[in-house]
Design a protein around this ligand. Structure first.
Ligand code: HEM
Length: 362
C-alpha cells in the first residue's frame, strides 16, 4: 500500500501533464487556418526543414573536408570514394541545396502571387529578401569549396566583384588577411557567417508570421475589403501544421537520398589556372547573359537592381486587394519578369562559355 501511494505521485510527475506544465508544449496547438496546410502555404516550412538536412549533412562533411586550395578537391574525392556512405551524404547535401533553392523560389512566388507582402507584412517581405540572398550566398560559397574548375571560376568572380566594390569589397579579395587563404575565409562564410545571418533573419521571419498569422486566402481577403465577412482563422492547429511540414520534409530527404544514389553530386576536373570554361549553377544562370553583354560589373548592378525593385514592391503596390485578378498590372509585370528569366536562362544554356574575369584568375 505504502509503495503504491509513493508510486502514484511519481507517475504523475512523469506524466504528460507534468512535462507540459514545464515546457508548455500544448500551447503550440493554437488554431491556424486550414489553408495553411496546403502545399502553397507550407513551402517556407519545407525550405526550413531542408536547411536542417543541410546543417546535419554539412556538419558530417566538415569532419573530412580540407579548406585549402592544395587539398580541398582531394578531400572531396576522399569523401566520395573512401568515407563510408560519403558519396551519399555529399549527394544529399548537394541535392537538398538544389531542392531548397527551388522551394525558396516557389515560396517567394506564392508570397508574390497572393500579395502576402502587403500591409502588415512588408517587413517580413524584406526579411525574406535577405533570406533569399543568404540562400544564394550559401550555394555560391559551397560551389567554390569543391575546388574544381567551376569552383575556381566562381572564386575568380568573387575576387573580381570584391575589387569592383572597392574598399567595401576588401573582405572578398585575396589580400584581406595574409595569414588565411581566401578559400579558408569562404569556408568560414559557408559554415559560420552565412548560417548565422540566416538564423538571425529566420527568427524574426517566424516571429512575424506568428504575430500577423498566415495571410488569408486572397479572394476571402478581398471580400472582407469590400465589407463582406472576415476570413476564417481556424480549421487546423499549429501542431498539425508542423506534423505536415515534417512529413513534406521527410519526402524531401527521401528524394535527396534517391537522387544522391542515382545521380552523384558532380565534381569537375582539377582547375586550370587562367582558364574560364564553365557556366555557373542554374540559379545564377539568369545573370550570365548580362555578364556576356556588359562584362563582369553587370553581376553587381543587375542583382542590385532586381533586389531594389523587389524591396520597393510592397511600397509601390499599395491597393488593399490581394487577388491576382484585381492586381492585373503587378501580375503582368511579374509574368513578364518570369518569362524574361526563363529566356535568359535558355540563352545562358545554349551560349558558348567565354572568359569574363580579367586579372584575378591568373
Ligand atoms: C530561407 C528561406 C525562407 C524560409 C525558410 C522561409 C520560411 C517561411 C515560413 C515557414 C513561413 C510561413 C508560411 C509559409 O511557409 O508560406 C513564411 C512566410 C513568409 N515568408 Fe518566408 N521564408 C524564406 C524566404 C522568404 C522569401 C525569399 C520571401 C520573399 C521575399 C519570404 C517572405 C515571406 C512572407 C511575406 C511570409 C508571410 C506569408 C503569409 O502570411 O502568407 N520568405 N516564410
Amino acid at each position: 500500500m505504502a509503495n503504491a501511494a509513493v508510486a502514484a505521485p511519481r507517475r504523475r510527475r512523469l506524466s504528460w501533464a507534468a512535462i507540459d506544465e514545464r515546457l508548455g508544449i500544448s500551447g503550440l496547438a493554437y488554431p491556424v487556418p486550414a489553408h495553411a496546410n496546403g502545399i502553397g502555404y507550407i513551402l517556407g516550412g519545407i525550405s526550413f526543414f531542408g536547411f536542417l538536412i543541410l546543417a546535419a549533412s554539412g556538419v558530417w562533411l566538415a569532419q573530412y573536408y580540407h579548406p585549402t586550395a592544395a587539398t580541398a578537391r582531394e578531400s572531396v574525392v576522399y569523401i566520395m570514394n573512401t568515407v563510408p556512405f560519403g558519396d551519399i551524404v555529399r549527394g544529399v547535401h548537394f541535392w537538398t541545396a538544389n531542392i531548397v533553392m527551388a522551394t525558396v523560389l516557389l515560396h517567394f512566388g506564392r508570397v508574390f502571387t497572393t500579395a502576402a507582402y502587403k500591409r502588415p507584412r512588408e517587413a517580413n517581405w524584406l526579411i525574406g529578401l535577405g533570406l533569399l540572398a543568404v540562400t544564394l550566398g550559401l550555394i555560391f560559397t559551397g560551389t567554390v569549396l569543391k575546388w574544381d574548375q567551376e569552383g575556381y571560376e566562381a572564386l575568380g568572380h568573387n575576387v573580381e566583384i570584391g575589387n569592383l566594390i572597392g574598399a567595401f569589397g576588401t573582405w572578398f579579395s585575396t589580400d584581406f588577411a595574409a595569414t588565411l587563404p581566401i578559400i579558408g575565409r569562404l569556408y568560414l562564410a559557408h559554415v559560420v557567417i552565412l548560417p548565422a545571418i540566416g538564423m538571425l533573419l529566420l527568427i524574426p521571419h517566424f516571429l512575424l508570421v506568428k504575430r500577423h498569422g498566415i495571410s488569408s486566402l486572397p479572394a476571402e481577403a478581398d471580400v472582407a475589403v469590400d465589407g463582406g465577412p472576415a476570413p476564417e482563422r481556424t480549421g487546423s492547429t499549429f501542431v498539425a501544421h508542423i506534423v505536415r511540414m515534417a512529413g513534406f520534409g521527410l519526402v524531401l530527404l527521401a528524394v535527396a537520398v534517391v537522387l544522391a544514389a542515382v545521380v552523384p553530386a558532380p565534381l569537375g576536373d582539377r582547375p586550370i589556372p587562367g582558364t574560364e570554361t564553365t557556366k555557373p549553377p542554374w540559379m545564377f544562370l539568369v545573370f550570365y547573359p548580362f555578364e556576356d553583354w556588359f562584362g563582369l560589373p553587370a553581376l553587381l548592378w543587375v542583382p542590385a537592381v532586381v533586389f531594389a525593385a523587389l524591396a520597393a514592391l510592397p511600397f509601390l503596390d499599395r491597393s488593399p486587394y490581394r487577388s491576382p485578378r484585381r492586381r492585373r498590372l503587378v501580375m503582368a509585370i511579374g509574368a513578364l519578369a518570369a518569362i524574361a528569366a526563363v529566356l535568359l536562362v535558355l540563352y545562358a544554356l545554349v551560349t558558348v562559355p567565354v572568359a569574363h574575369v580579367q586579372g584575378a584568375m591568373g
